[in-house]
Design a protein. Structure first.
Length: 479
């Protein structure tokens, strides 16, 4: 069916009813297309109930790519001795698709759904070569350790061609967009081949980042892969370290959401937080190793051991302090300040709403004085957890200071801000907090402000914070 749709797409005169008629010939595929159209990839506000609605809304090329993706997912359902290799191929494809899709927010060209499809199909050549070459190709996959660039070098040495070339050839044969073909052909090129030299440079840069994210998840050296990923995202999309962390956390959640669309088990991947911790430990190990070598040269073994422990302690502290508040588990003030500036610029560039909400614990001093500071710490920790759970993964939840929290919600207008504020207030009020067998009621006051898509409202970060703070204290005075 996917190939039938590709044949239709080659004809520029083909009508939407013709595509719908072809889809209806395969009820299972039609149902999956409708399910995808109603997923978070597209974010349509109203339910898409028919194929006649789905095809023009999603786009003919994207519908065809979806159909091809579902076919590929079924092709990856191998139950034989290479089942693990087929599964690893598909998991990598899901990671690349999710990572590419989220780059639409940061300047990658095309709709999020088109970027998802591009990332998903980038390693199409691997699937074809697994099907044709079987165990011989599986050995190359395993020897590369899940690293796409290394795999291409091994393929060139062993076979004389790469999976990127095979995938691009298949895409050309199926008349997929030329930009997608170019991205596939060059997504594993070395750093010496800058994507800007290509006509589709920005798209190539996006899929190279997506491939680097997949290498980070599947490779054996999180520190090395994270360093490369930081260089790529900074060079092509202007990412800072906090923004890279947020992007990886969002990709984490997106992978699980995308996996639900396909008839395969949920991928068992390490979380972004675990990989960040592993990367930090590996970097610390490198520093420690270098220090040991230097100290060994002067025969100061005891000093080397002392320095190693000191570095481990410092590294652990830095991991906790750079981005996260150690008590509550939400982001810290440093992370919030940087993300506020970034989101204001993004809101101005894209013409979208941006809302800031302050959340302050009522009579917190009384809680501390009555039940002690340890219980007060528990209250703050529990509230931090409630705020994280009640907000979207894309929202920034941070501890502003003391008993005051902030929530930065992009694409959220004044009505959405009011609903969010009431949801957070009610969630905290419902917290089951007890001390010495007695329920301790804890409430919060909330106040916020919205910066409109036409730049109405506060323009600077300081003005946004000041107005949200005043709204909070207005709410406190109003009870």
């Amino acid at each position: 069916m996917a190939l039938r749709l590709l044949d239709l797409l080659r004809d520029p005169e083909v009508s939407t009813p013709e595509l719908v008629s072809a889809l209806r010939a395969d009820p299972a595929l039609a149902a999956r297309i409708l399910r995808a159209a109603n997923s978070t990839y597209f974010g349509f506000r109203a339910e898409v109930r028919t194929l006649e609605q789905a095809v023009p809304l999603v786009g003919r090329t994207v519908v065809t790519s979806l159909a091809l993706s579902f076919s590929l997912a079924e092709a990856a359902l191998d139950r034989g001795r290479l089942a693990a290799d087929f599964r690893e191929y598909w998991v990598r494809s899901l990671v690349q698709g999710s990572a590419a899709e989220l780059l639409a927010r940061h300047g990658a060209p095309g709709l999020p759904a088109e970027l998802f499809m591009t990332g998903l199909l980038m390693d199409l050549g691997q699937l074809a070569m697994l099907k044709v070459l079987g165990a011989r190709y599986a050995q190359l996959l395993r020897a590369s350790g899940g690293h796409g660039g290394l795999l291409c070098r091994k393929e060139e040495e062993e076979l004389g061609f790469t999976h990127a070339q095979v995938g691009a050839a298949l895409m050309e044969r199926w008349s997929l967009p030329a930009s997608m073909v170019t991205a596939c052909r060059h997504h594993h090129d070395s750093a010496a081949s800058p994507p800007e030299a290509l006509e589709e440079g920005k798209l190539v840069a996006a899929v190279r980042v997506a491939a680097a994210v997949a290498d980070w998840y599947g490779g054996g050296s999180p520190a090395e892969e994270l360093t490369l990923l930081a260089e790529l995202t900074e060079a092509h999309f202007g990412f800072s370290e906090p923004l890279l962390l947020r992007y990886l956390m969002e990709t984490d959640a997106r992978i699980l959401e995308t996996a639900e669309l396909f008839p395969l088990p949920t991928p068992d991947l390490p979380s972004a937080s675990d990989l960040m911790a592993q990367a930090s430990e590996q970097l610390a190990s490198v520093v420690i190793s270098q220090e040991k070598e230097r100290q060994r040269a002067v025969s100061l073994r005891e000093l080397a051991e002392e320095r190693r422990e000191e570095l481990e302690t410092q590294n652990a502290l830095l991991r906790r302090q750079v981005f996260m508040d150690p008590l509550t588990g939400v982001h810290n003030r440093r992370f919030f300040d940087e993300m506020l500036e970034h989101e204001i610029r993004r809101s101005a560039r894209k013409g979208t709403d941006l809302s800031l909400l302050f959340v302050d614990v009522d009579r917190f001093k009384e809680v501390n004085d009555t039940w002690g500071h340890l219980f007060g710490d528990e209250v703050l920790t529990r509230i931090g957890g409630v705020l994280r759970s009640a907000c979207r993964t894309s929202d920034v939840v941070a501890r502003f200071g003391g008993e005051e929290f902030v929530v930065l919600a992009h694409d959220t207008g004044a009505d959405g801000l009011r609903l969010l504020g009431e949801r957070l207030r009610a969630a905290v009020e419902a917290l089951p907090l007890e001390q010495e067998g007695e329920r301790v009621p804890v409430t919060v006051s909330v106040g916020g402000v919205t910066r409109g898509p036409d730049a109405s409202g506060p323009r600077s970060a300081r003005a946004l914070v000041d107005q949200a703070d005043r709204a909070l204290y207005g709410a406190k005075e109003a009870g």
